[in-house]
Write a protein that binds this ligand. Structure first.
Ligand SMILES: N[C@@H]1[C@@H](O)[C@H](O)[C@@H](COP(=O)(O)O)O[C@@H]1O
Length: 295
């Protein structure tokens, strides 16, 4: 079994551990009313997008998400929350070094013995969710689960949904599709972006991701009979019919969107397998990107 397959399958257990940590860490996570930015690269950025939408939606305070390389200068945040499995990603280190001392730096990382920990005011380590693989699954979803639980938006039902996502057969015929589009709304937009990234990283699949309503404004034009359009979370009314009219396959499930992401991770591995790819050795990728110049 590949590392990524093993790590992917441990997500229900990891989410339970992560959610169980939320109360004990409450004083170290953003308090209601704080103005925060949440940052990361790749998968960690997409988790940041999801968390920002959840926190804003819950009325806990202004929350902006940025790819670490795009963090704007001069914004007066109370706190920056950086997500990074490796704790070594150059763009995150660069921004932690740039921000002024009036902004608190909280990092959520997988490995304590890393440069990011040394640059932070507070380091939350999710060692139990760290991974051997290049392609991230459980670290990112566990970090999001911790943050989601801190907002009071996690329940055991999410873990049960993840178990269902691991046990149920994948929707028939998806492995043969030639193009995949993932759609989300609110916090699941970040998850749709992550779903698309997983399919690219592990399976070299042509994937796109959009906010569900944006899909109607142009991207739907590439839809064909060999497209799969996968909605994470509840679909806007009428969208399924519009997708069906293009001949594409529509996929949607009643699971929590984070558990739906687990189904997509499984699909990515199934496609990698069908194409003879090793998802533990994804093309052109490394576990962490360390650049010689700071973005
Ligand atoms: N190929 C990896 C991505 O899969 C990962 O999401 C990103 C962020 O890594 P980290 O969370 O360690 O900062 O780094 C690289 O780009």
């Amino acid at each position: 079994m590949t590392h990524v397959a093993q790590e992917l399958a441990s997500q229900p257990d990891c989410w339970q551990v992560a959610a169980g940590m939320a109360d004990g860490l409450a004083h170290r996570l953003p308090a209601a009313g704080e103005r925060i930015a949440v940052v990361g690269c790749g998968t960690s950025y997409f988790m940041a997008q999801a968390y920002a939408a959840l926190r804003e939606g819950s009325g806990q305070g202004e929350t902006d998400a940025f790819a670490a390389s795009e963090f704007p200068a001069g914004r007066p945040y109370d706190r920056v929350v950086a997500l990074s499995r490796s704790g070594t990603t150059t763009e995150v280190l660069g921004l932690l070094g740039r921000i002024g001392d009036t902004t608190r730096r909280t990092v959520v990382i997988g490995d304590p013995d890393t440069p990011m920990a040394a640059m932070a005011d507070d380091t939350i380590v999710l060692e139990f969710a760290d991974e051997k693989s290049v392609v991230q699954t459980r670290f990112a979803t566990s970090a999001l689960t911790l943050l989601r639980a801190h907002l009071g938006l996690h329940s055991d039902a999410v873990v049960e949904d993840a178990q269902v996502a691991l046990a149920e057969p994948l929707p028939a015929g998806l492995v043969e599709c030639s193009q995949f589009t993932f759609l989300g709304q609110g916090w699941s937009v970040g998850l749709a972006n992550e779903a698309a990234l997983k399919m690219r990283e592990a399976a070299l699949a042509w994937t796109e991701a959009y906010p569900a309503m944006e899909y109607r404004h142009g991207p739907i034009s590439i839809s064909t009979r060999s497209t799969a359009t996968w909605m994470l979370g509840e679909a806007p009314s009428g969208l399924m019919d519009e997708v069906h009219a293009t001949g594409a396959r529509w996929v949607a499930g009643g699971l929590d969107p984070l558990a739906e992401l687990v189904r997509v991770q499984r699909l990515a591995l199934a496609i990698a397998n069908a194409r003879g790819l090793d998802p533990d050795r994804p093309r052109h990728l490394t576990r962490s990107v360390i650049l010689s110049t700071t973005a």
